[in-house]
Design a protein around this ligand. Structure first.
Ligand code: NAP
Length: 256
């Protein structure tokens, strides 16, 4: 028996990286999972990889989390096709790194739109189902960059905004049986950090090794590390935890 038997979960930006890792973990513990991503064929390919036991069905849905109509249509489709919605993970993300003096309006607006507006639109669309059934779990992806990171004024503002967002969700939705928390990962080996390696002109392995050498536990993180934390926070083991941000960073925050 899995912790998520009979549960329906939505994970945004889940065609790859951390989101796909979370989708695998939820499916492995019994959930039916809707994989949302910009490109429906990639979302469907992600959904097709997931373990399927008795009563489980996974869906891939094309959805731009920064677009209200797209978000509302996706949530309606999940509830229509899978029958309910119990868990939402706001994971979709982008980076547009630049030092402040070079940061364009578009760099700023894109990052705020995907991370903050996206989390807001998805959570607003999901909460009516959560409140009606008096049960729901929200996890949003923050980052250690919320604490400040050179070249990431847009991303740091969005990721610290996420922490304020879940604190407020905790207050507003707690009386309705809804828990809302954030996970703040450190360096996780995905396409996002590989793209940063390319931008700074370092081979991926060297870039990862440098991150591991700086980290107290002497390794980088993997999507599975974040998936384990997401599964805990979305489980009933964490029903007395809300409004919190859990740093999953190998201790990076302690030494930065
Ligand atoms: P990733 O490999 O770049 O994957 C992000 C996914 O989000 C991609 O599939 C991307 O689709 C999708 N996406 C982008 N914009 C979207 C939109 N508007 N609507 C729907 N989907 C969208 O990133 P990741 O490393 O797995 O990161 C996942 C989350 O963790 C992000 O919120 C990120 O900020 C956070 N995080 C990551 C790290 C890290 O070290 N990797 C650290 C801290 C926090 P496309 O492929 O089509 O662009």
């Amino acid at each position: 028996m899995g912790r998520f038997d009979g549960r329906i979960a939505v994970v945004t930006g889940a065609a790859r990286g951390i989101g796909l890792g979370i989708a695998h973990r939820f499916a492995g513990e019994g959930a039916s999972v809707a994989v949302l991503d910009l490109d429906e064929s990639q979302a469907s390919a992600g959904a097709a990889e997931l373990a399927t036991g008795d009563g489980q069905r996974h869906l891939g849905i094309g959805c731009d989390v920064s677009d209200r109509d797209s978000v509302e249509a996706a949530v309606d489709r999940v509830v229509g096709e899978l029958g309910a919605l119990h868990i939402l993970v706001n994971n979709a993300g982008v980076t547009r790194d630049n030092l402040l003096f070079k940061m364009t309006d578009d760099d700023w607006d894109t990052v705020i739109a995907v991370h903050l507006r996206g989390a807001f639109l998805m959570t607003r669309a999901a909460q009516k189902h959560f409140v009606e059934q008096k049960y729901g779990k929200v996890v949003c992806l923050s980052s250690v960059s919320a604490l400040g990171n050179r070249g990431q004024a847009n991303y740091a503002a969005a990721k610290m905004g996420i922490q304020g967002f879940v604190r407020t969700l905790g207050i507003e939705l707690g009386p309705f049986g809804v828990n809302a928390n954030a996970i703040a990962p450190g360096f996780i080996a995905t396409d996002m950090t590989d793209a940063t390696a390319a931008r700074v002109g370092m081979p991926v392995e060297e870039f990862r090794q440098a991150a591991a050498d700086r980290n107290p536990v002497r390794r980088v993180g993997y999507p599975e590390d974040i998936a384990a934390a997401a599964a805990f926070l979305c489980s009933d083991d964490a029903s007395y935890i809300t409004g919190q941000t859990l740093y999953v960073d190998g201790g990076a925050k302690l030494v930065s």
